[in-house]
Structure formats: C-alpha cells, structure tokens
Design a protein around this ligand. Structure first.
Ligand code: A3P
Length: 291
C-alpha cells in the first residue's frame, strides 16, 4: 500500500512531507553553496536535533554562555522543510543546515568537497521505534497506531525519507564526493566528549577545555530536555501534540527491545539483517555492546 498523499509525496524516488513541495525541492540542487557551509545530514530519528544543538554550542559563544536566546531551529534551518521565507543568503556565516535529503538530491555544489557534511547514523531498530513514536505526536505525519503496520512500511521504505538502508548506504558509498564526517548516535551516547572533539576538529574550531566541558554538559539528554532553545517545544500546537510525546523522548540505545516482539525482531532481521552487514558501520544494538 502506498503512503497517503495527504502526508507524503515522492520526488525522484524519495518521500517528502507535504509541508514542502516538489517545486521547492527541485530548486535545491542549484542552491548555492559557500565554502563555509555545514550540513547535518541524517535519516529521520538518528540524532539530528542533538547534533543541531552541539553545533550551535560549538559555533556560537552566545549560545554556549546563554547570552543569546535563539532556537536551534532558527539558527540551523531545515533545508528542504523551509517553513518561512527567510533569506538563507543573509544567514550569518558559517551557515548550518539540517537535512534528510539523500546524497543524490543535495545541492550540487556540496560535491567536490565544497562545504562540510556531518552524517549521523543510528541503529535502525531504535530509529524505527523512535519514528513510530514520533509519528504519533507530529501532525504532519500519518499516525499509524499499529506498530506491525508501521514496521512493514519502514521496511518497505514507505515512510518519510524512504528506505533507511538506501539513505545510509547511499551516503556511505558516495563519501568520496563530499567533505564528510560520519558519526553514530551510539558513539555520541557512549562518549559525548570524544564526539564533540571530533566535530571541533572537523570544523577547525579550537575550544578550550572549559568550553568543551560546557558544550558536553549542555548537550546531554537531560539538559537539552530543559533547554527551550534545544527541545523544539516552541513549535506551535498545530504542529505537535505535546500530550502525545516530545522530540526528546528517551534518548537511549536499545529502546527497540521494549517494543519489538521476538517475532518482529526476526522479521526485521530477515528483511534487513544481511544487507546491514554490507554497510561499513559497526552498529551498537545495546548500550552494553562494545564499540
Ligand atoms: P528517541 O525517540 O529514541 O528518544 P532526530 O533529532 O533525528 O529526530 O532524532 C530524535 C532522537 O534523538 C530521539 O530518540 C531523541 O530523544 C534523541 N535525542 C535528542 N537529543 C538527544 C541527546 N542529547 N541525547 C540522546 N538522545 C537524544
């Protein structure tokens, strides 16, 4: 069954939410890239909002020391889900964007190593479970109350951002075209400080020990939940139903075990298990797994 047109449309083989349009998405391939641009690229539910906050904290001293009160959403706009008519050419440098675009739809200028891309992956069972909960409280996604049905759609790539596997495999196999840093949600969770240092290094940002400490402290799940600049709770009621969930839900590794049955886990592994092994990523399925 195809996803409802009320929520998703397909452009060049990829599912977008209807809050954007095919006409707008088509313009993005020609979107002009500046050398200093930074893109956070992810499949949904892989740690985008977390990485947005880390970048705001690293790049903007005023965000780090609390003297500036600007939401991450405004600092780091969603490239393809533009909800205002802000002139991106007027954003302060370096511009940072978040995107769920597959590698083949991003602005052409990003290839040939112009700009920088930070690509975050997460183990796909946690991605799927997070996505399932997310679709209950965000009004722009179809709510699929039956998890079995949601899982079948996810496995078939009939959800926002299409197939998880294609997204990840596509970015990894085209890594050479981009100036790109790959990180995983799980490595961020296990050792946030090392992940922050890797990002600083990739962005050529030299922060003092204290500044790094401050970034790490403010980017923990608990502190982000309390930070209105970071928790996305300023979104209007017609976009999110706050009684049904939040962007920062659990923030753990292995939550899939609380929802998936043994049979569902087997079904998942039958469809994706072998293909996942072909990816150059060592997935962490449980917080106690070795990195
Ligand atoms: P859960 O639903 O499993 O809690 P995205 O931003 O790409 O939509 O990803 C959302 C997921 O990242 C959610 O996962 C959310 O809780 C988690 N997340 C956001 N900030 C986090 C943080 N500081 N630490 C750990 N997880 C975080």
């Amino acid at each position: 069954m195809e996803p409802s047109k009320e929520y998703l449309f397909k452009y060049k083989g990829f599912y977008f939410g209807v809050i954007t349009s095919p006409e707008y998405v088509a313009t993005l391939e020609d979107f002009e890239i500046k050398d200093s641009d930074i893109f956070i690229a992810t499949y949904p539910k892989s740690g985008t909002v977390w990485t947005q906050n880390i970048l705001s904290l690293i790049i903007h001293e005023g965000h780090r020391n609390g003297t500036e009160n600007m939401d991450n959403m405004q600092r780091i706009p969603w490239l393809e889900y533009r909800t205002d008519n802000k002139d991106y050419t007027a954003l302060p440098l370096p511009r940072v964007f978040a995107t769920h675009l597959p590698y083949y739809l991003v602005p052409r200028g990003l290839r040939n190593k112009r700009g920088r891309v930070i690509y975050i992956t997460r183990n796909p069972k946690d991605v799927m479970v997070s996505f399932y909960h997310f679709s209950k409280f965000i009004s722009s996604l179809e709510e699929v109350p039956d998890f079995n049905i949601f899982m079948e759609r996810f496995l078939a790539g009939k959800v926002l951002a299409s197939s998880w596997l294609d997204h990840v495999a596509g970015w990894y196999s085209h890594a050479e075209d981009f100036n790109i840093l790959f990180l995983t949600f799980e490595e961020m969770k296990k050792d946030l400080r090392s992940a922050v240092l890797k990002i600083c290094d990739f962005l050529d940002r030299k922060l003092s020990e204290e500044e790094v400490d401050s970034v790490v402290r403010q980017a923990t799940f608990e502190n982000m939940r309390k930070d209105p600049r970071a928790n996305y709770e300023n979104l209007p009621d017609d976009i999110i139903d706050k009684d049904k969930g939040s962007f920062l839900r659990k923030g753990t590794v292995g939550d899939w075990k609380n929802l998936m049955t043994v049979a569902q886990n087997e079904r998942f592994d039958n469809v994706l298990g072998e293909k996942i092994k072909t990816l150059p990523i060592k997935f962490i399925w449980d917080i106690n797994d070795e990195m």
